[in-house]
Design a binder for this molecule. Structure first.
Ligand code: NAP
Length: 273
């Protein structure tokens, strides 16, 4: 019997690459997102697609129930849907801050709630939450993204201990800069929110750097490195709690552990401000 996988955020980047890799490896894959035209590109490969907006409870319920109706259950959930909301804390409207948490935290949590009864029934399952090195550190102009990823880390750690006795694994993936659409969306939001006020010089400097990294994409980790880590976690008999993706990510988190807060601030400010 093929294992049934649901990948959210499958219309682009890490989620898309993960859906393709798992499909190639013989899993029965469902890819979900809002942009159906992008999802349709996966259909000829044999991937099933479902509409999903993780800010809409009805859409999440419908997505999981239609999958379970067809397949009788679910073995793996990869929570990949997310985006980067940037800008200074003083500038970002609270409505946008709430939206960031709605997509990156509450959407992931609700999808998890919806699949857990089916995983408990089978006494097995794996939930993979795409966090970030941003869940372990911070830099200026991304407070809502960083705090949302910190929340994903805490939520996943609690969940892992709660569901262990039901035979369910919870895995956190921590990518660093990865060559997807994420960076341009994040840099655009930084300029939108902070491009014109007291923080404009910093916003311009940081977003210019992000545009240069994410437009050329050569100097940052390829999405396939991260999707390979996700596959490794899904296929591990005893997966680790966390997998860090990308060489610079390891170095950054090592430096974070090594230095006190003030010293780490100095390092980050040296590279950003
Ligand atoms: N790229 C990086 O540098 C990086 C680094 C660390 C962590 N991450 C994390 O990796 C995950 C995947 O991002 P990515 O880099 O692959 O970026 P991406 O290429 O922009 O993909 C983001 C995916 O999320 C989906 N999504 C966004 N809002 C949604 C919503 N309301 N409902 C359902 N789906 C939604 C998008 O689909 P639709 O727009 O079609 O709905 C898209 O498929 C995110 O959680 C991100 O925070 C990325």
């Amino acid at each position: 019997m093929k294992k049934v996988v649901l990948v959210t955020g499958a219309s682009s980047g890490i989620g898309r690459d993960t859906a393709i890799k798992l499909n190639d490896r013989g899993y029965l894959v469902y890819g979900a997102a809002r942009r159906l035209d992008r999802l349709d590109e996966l259909v000829p490969m044999g991937i099933n697609v479902l509409p999903l907006d993780v800010t809409d409870d009805g859409s999440m319920v419908k997505c999981v129930s239609s999958l379970v109706e067809k397949e009788g259950g679910i073995d793996v959930l990869v929570n990949c849907a997310g985006y980067g909301s940037c800008g200074a804390v003083e500038d970002v409207p609270m409505e946008e801050a709430r939206r960031q948490f709605e997509v990156n935290v509450f959407g992931l949590a609700r999808m998890t709630q919806l699949v857990l009864p089916y995983m408990r029934d089978r006494h097995s399952g794996t939930i993979v939450n795409i966090s970030s090195i941003a869940g372990k550190m911070a830099s200026p102009m991304g407070a809502w993204y960083y705090s949302a990823k910190h929340a994903v880390e805490g939520l996943s750690d609690s969940l892992r201990m709660e569901v262990q006795d039901f035979g369910i694994n919870v895995v956190i993936i921590e990518p660093g800069l990865t060559a997807t659409a994420w960076g341009i969306i994040a840099a655009d939001s930084m300029m939108k929110e902070s491009g014109g006020g007291a923080y404009s010089a910093l916003a311009k400097k940081l977003s210019d750097r992000m545009y240069s990294y994410y437009r050329t994409q050569g100097r940052i980790t390829s999405a396939s490195v991260i999707s390979a880590l996700i596959v490794k976690a899904v296929e591990a008999k005893h997966p680790r709690a966390r997998y860090v993706g990308g060489t610079i990510s390891h170095l950054t988190l090592f430096t974070r552990r090594l230095l006190c807060d003030r010293s780490f601030d100095r390092v980050i400010r040296k590279f950003t401000c």
